[in-house]
Design a protein around this ligand. Structure first.
Ligand code: NAD
Length: 256
């Protein structure tokens, strides 16, 4: 029997089969989980996510722009009606306007700052607030960050500031929801070739650098992110909350 047999979760942030959220979904399906999905409100996004998830027959697969409260409300209402509860949520969402990532942080516009923070950091709070009432048997929420939220990674710019806010939100949410037996944790992933990564200037250079610097002498595999997600979403991490776990082949421990 799979570790997630009888468990129900919502996955937010699958764009295609190279998304970190899809790697996590595959790991969860492998352990018997039942999953609901959201996708960006566009026909092409829906087509891609539906094609991936359809073989597993998800009861909920809905459009959701996390900037819209009404979209979020509809998704959690649908989960309540379809399943009656949720055991876990995977939040794997980020966005910043391309010019705000290209430009030095000192030049970030007010509108760009608010937009990036809203989608990449506030959305976790909005999601956790709606998920908690459905986690009647306790629950686990995870999100995905990057080392650029702790240290300056030239080129990561605005997104680094979003990740700092995201990681600290994880700690405050863990505090707020802990007495309901809801845990909130974060995976700080090494650089992965995904759609979002294409928007980071110098991403290939960053991956090459990581390759040389990591103690393991390589970059992270998608399956390794999936395996850590299983740990954080499941019983094995029952005493862990408010943590950011680096799954980066050790990149973050090396100073030089
Ligand atoms: P991805 O492009 O596959 O996923 C990003 C997702 O964010 C997409 O599904 C997109 O639809 C969603 N999204 C963007 N704006 C949204 C909005 N307004 N409403 C709802 N959804 C929205 O790329 P990914 O690399 O899998 O990114 C997933 C997470 O992992 C992001 O938080 C990213 O910052 C983080 N991360 C990525 C890397 C990497 O190297 N790829 C490393 C560390 C952390």
């Amino acid at each position: 029997m799979g570790m997630f047999e009888g468990k129900i979760g919502l996955v937010m942030g699958v764009a295609n089969d190279r998304s970190i959220a899809w790697a996590i979904s595959q790991a969860l399906y492998g352990e018997g989980a039942e999953l609901a999905f959201t996708h960006l409100p566009s026909p092409s996004s829906e087509r891609r996510v539906r094609a991936l998830a359809e073989p597993h027959g998800p009861k909920v697969l809905l459009p959701c722009d996390v900037q819209k409260d009404e979209d979020l409300d509809r998704v959690f209402q649908a989960c309540a009606e379809a399943y009656g509860r949720l055991d876990f949520v995977v939040h794997s969402i980020a966005f910043a306007p391309p010019q705000e990532l290209r430009n030095p942080y000192v030049q970030v516009s007010r509108a760009g700052w608010h937009l990036a923070m809203d989608i990449s950091a506030y959305s976790l709070v909005a999601v956790a607030n709606r998920a908690a009432p459905l986690m009647t048997q306790g629950g686990s929420i995870i999100t995905i960050s990057y080392y650029g939220g702790e240290k300056v990674i030239p080129g990561y710019n605005m997104m680094g500031v979003c990740k700092a806010a995201l990681e600290h939100s994880v700690r405050y949410l863990a505090w707020d929801l802990g007495r309901q037996n809801i845990r909130v944790n974060c995976i700080s992933a090494g650089p992965m070739r995904t759609l979002s990564a294409a928007g980071i200037s110098g991403f290939d250079e960053l991956r090459d650098h990581a390759l040389k610097k990591t103690p393991l002498g390589r970059n992270v595999e998608f399956e390794e992110l999936g395996a850590t997600a299983l740990y954080l979403l499941g019983k094995m991490s029952g005493g862990v909350t408010g943590e950011t776990i680096h799954v980066d082949c050790g990149y973050s421990i090396v100073g030089l």
